[in-house]
Ligand binder design. Structure first.
Ligand SMILES: *Cc1c(COP(=O)(O)O)cnc(C)c1O
Length: 471
């Protein structure tokens, strides 16, 4: 494709994007299609001869776009949000044109330094202490993996990468069962093993880990000859927003010199608001913290903000130094591939820069506060609705509920039917979770495009569909 055609089709793509966003409120949030329907429309093999962009673009509009779940829809209340407002998209368009590989300072000087700057902007905006440095990962999962690998190596005196784990001490990591599945997977990938991820019992309305029980678990493990390595702390876990007492957990961990990692993938964004920071009191003293910048914050998919107290520990655990990655004559450069598990990395900082500058911190805080207010209003209306049972109260902008009419034996089956019927209806999109054996519906408000009217539609869609599945 020549440069003028590139410009032409880029303009078409931009126009398409603006039209797409404008028409979202009229679309069903989740497409009503059967598995395999898209595959059946695709050519079974790649074409031997190149095709016209007009044909490719038309197929995109015909086959792909209508069969997508619309994450930017104002009534996307499922999972957690994955916001990408227009300024983030524009930054991604620019970054796509440069297509730089940002593994080393010299492969991407501006990207590296903008990334340092964005991490520091966010550090200040979140009220984190001076010493925290960090990097952008594709998501919270890989940041958590980097943290668990660091935790492992630190506990082994940085010998594990060389000797492997067999024959070594049996490491132990602690977290509550509310933790996101990415923690378990990091435990698998790091070779620590699921049997050594010790569950901490939870208590209280925040479903937080019991720090006293953590102290006992560690003492028992030490007595049994295990080697405690670290603690993973939840701030706003996925199911119902479970939040551990950070300060108490860190105090216990510190007594045994354990590494602490906080998963605030979703809730971290709300900590831009000073009045909400009580939720993670004690955060100043953790070793590692991850926030998914592509969730509530709005930095387009692929913006896991990883903050660490000691980049040196992280680099010791993760950095390799083959000659072909050296920068001759330049020591002490920040090479961000040494801060995570990925070598080749895209330019992630640009979308944060565009986002933070165009909304300003006050703009993002106002949105977060609005979401929390709407969540509480909807919670109150549903709580006052007969036959609806609130299962967990709002934590920030998330609560869970279920339909619980008297005389129905299998409430889980009923609520499964409810969620399917709500989502097939297309007006809103919700997902489910399990709370103490109960199948419940999660409601979270977090989209940039949501309005007060969308919250009313959510109430109507839930209550009308509930009446229908009860009959
Ligand atoms: C979404 C989520 C993750 C995973 O985040 P990715 O950025 O998708 O890897 C981890 N922890 C929690 C609590 C989450 O909600």
């Amino acid at each position: 494709m020549n440069h003028p055609d590139f410009a032409h089709w880029s303009e078409q793509a931009a126009r398409w994007g603006a039209r797409y966003r404008a028409t979202l409120p009229e679309q069903a949030v989740r497409p009503n299609i059967k598995p395999g329907a898209v595959l059946a429309k695709l050519m079974p093999s790649a074409p031997e001869m190149g095709e016209d962009m007009a044909a490719i673009f038309a197929d995109f509009e015909r086959i792909i776009a209508p069969a997508m779940t619309h994450w930017q829809h104002p009534r996307f209340f499922a999972y957690f949000p994955a916001n990408s407002p227009a300024p983030s998209v524009i930054a991604e368009q620019l970054s796509a044109s440069m297509a730089a590989q940002c593994m080393l300072w010299q492969t991407s000087p501006a990207a590296t330094e903008l990334e340092m700057c964005m991490i520091d902007w966010m550090r200040q905006a979140l009220g984190l202490p001076d010493g925290f440095k960090g990097a952008l990962h594709d998501g919270a999962s890989s940041a958590t993996l980097s943290a668990i690998l660091t935790m492992r190596e630190r506990a082994l005196g940085y010998t594990g990468n060389r000797t492997g784990l067999s024959g070594g001490p049996r490491l132990r990591v602690y977290c509550s069962a509310e933790a996101h599945s990415s923690v378990m997977r990091a435990i698998w990938f790091s070779g620590i093993g699921e049997d050594n991820l010790v569950p901490i019992p939870i208590k209280g309305p925040l479903r937080g880990a019991d720090a006293g029980a953590l102290a006992t678990l560690i003492a028992d493990d030490l007595a049994a000859g295990y080697t405690p390595a670290g603690v993973v702390i939840n701030v706003g876990a996925t199911g119902s927003g479970a939040t551990d007492p950070v300060a108490e957990m860190v105090a216990v961990a510190r007594r045994h010199d354990l590494f602490t990692h906080v998963d605030a993938a979703w809730a971290g964004t709300a900590m831009l608001c000073p009045e909400l920071r009580g939720l993670w009191a004690g955060i100043d003293d953790v070793d590692s913290l991850v926030i998914s910048g592509h969730k509530w914050l709005g930095a387009h998919p692929g913006a896991g903000l990883h903050f660490v107290r000691s980049p040196h520990d992280l680099n010791l655990a993760l950095a390799a130094h083959p000659t072909y990655l050296d920068t001759p004559g330049q020591e002490n450069l920040v090479n961000f591939s040494e801060w995570g598990v990925q070598l080749g990395r895209p330019f992630r900082a640009l979308k944060l820069w565009f986002l933070l500058r165009s909304y300003g911190l006050e703009g993002i805080r106002a949105m977060v506060r609005q979401h929390i207010k709407w969540t509480n209003e909807l919670y109150a209306r549903l709580a006052a609705t007969p036959e609806i049972e609130i299962v967990t109260k709002p934590i920030l902008a998330l609560f869970t509920f279920r339909l619980a009419p008297k005389g129905v034996d299998d409430l889980n089956a009923l609520n499964l039917r409810l969620i399917e019927a709500i989502n097939d209806g297309g007006r809103i999109y919700l997902t489910q979770t399990n709370i103490d054996g109960k199948l419940v519906l999660r409601m979270q408000v977090g989209s940039y495009s949501t309005t007060a009217a969308d919250i009313d539609i959510a109430f109507d869609a839930i209550t009308e569909t509930a009446r229908r599945v009860m009959n």
